[in-house]
Design a binder for this molecule. Sequence first.
Ligand code: SF4
Length: 358
Amino acid sequence: MQRDESRNYVIEKFPNVDIIFGTNNIWKLPELLTESYNGTKLAMDIEENALSIDDKLGANRLYNFKSYVNIMYGCNNFCSYCIVPYTRGRETSRRPGEIIREIEDLARHGTKEVTLLGQNVNSYGKTLDEKFTFSNLLEEINDIKGIERIRFMTSHPKDISDELIYSFKNLDKLSNFLHLPVQAGSSRVLKMMNRKYTKEDYLRTIDKVKNVNPNIALSTDIMVGFPGEEEEDFMDTLDLIKKVEYDTAFTFIYSVRENTPAANRTDQVPDKIKHERFERLLDVLYPIQEKKNKAFIGREVDVLVEDISKKNESKVSGRTDEFKLVNFDGNANDVGNIVKVKIKDANSFSLVGEKVES
Ligand code: SF4
């Protein structure tokens, strides 16, 4: 609704709408409801002011042992297929003190695992008055008593710093898992996507990460069928997947987002080709995932138990430090605890284990 054209469209076409607010003004809803109730015909707040949104909003958390914490809002990158910078506005970092206070409070109430969220956490701190980087933030969170695991997403490959890469060696609570969205393996397509790195840059970064931490689990986002993608470009994507050997990947078929530069391109890839490439992508990806998962057989791992099976109350599931999903025999008392599990079997998507009795 911060976008003039969207807002004007709603105002003109839907006169029955009472309240309009932007994504950064959710916390104003009670106030706007009151205004509306008191007779204002159209109560509206679309001002962009994200700095203290979380302090004003509060949170209703699904789990008490793991929590997600926004550290920044918006994005400045304008990838040519993405609507986020238009809908969420420019990048804004929350103040470190606010974030630390929130996480200390979560830890006091039983949170063991915290996931820091932002469209591009690697550029955290750029809008702050003081010099404070994402790595600085991780260091401070690493010192918080009660927090046992730190995760983050998402991380733009062009902005990942050496300082952050070394955090995977130096910070004991930082999980052994990096999600680094590549989107495509062809430098030509990456340029058209406005991603600002090449296939070679990305592979160099992955090499650095593996050198610092050879056991790190890697994950990515991959899109097939971006406008103008040729067979040769797609083969580059398959090649990159084989070189990196991802533990897991979120895979997508490109779909048009209106009002983005890619939507206006006339060289859209036909649906049939997109779907055929997508199947071929999975044929390459899944055996690699299976190989990586099978490498865990015989190992003892720490699993943060998240859920009890709805079908069978003696089965539970949780995640390893590497974000691997593990299923094993357990009970409701395990949920929320970090449990030692010996891995017995694995497939492309998950591991099966047995609790190690202490
Ligand atoms: Fe920003 Fe991510 Fe969208 Fe690119 S894909 S514009 S980095 S939110």
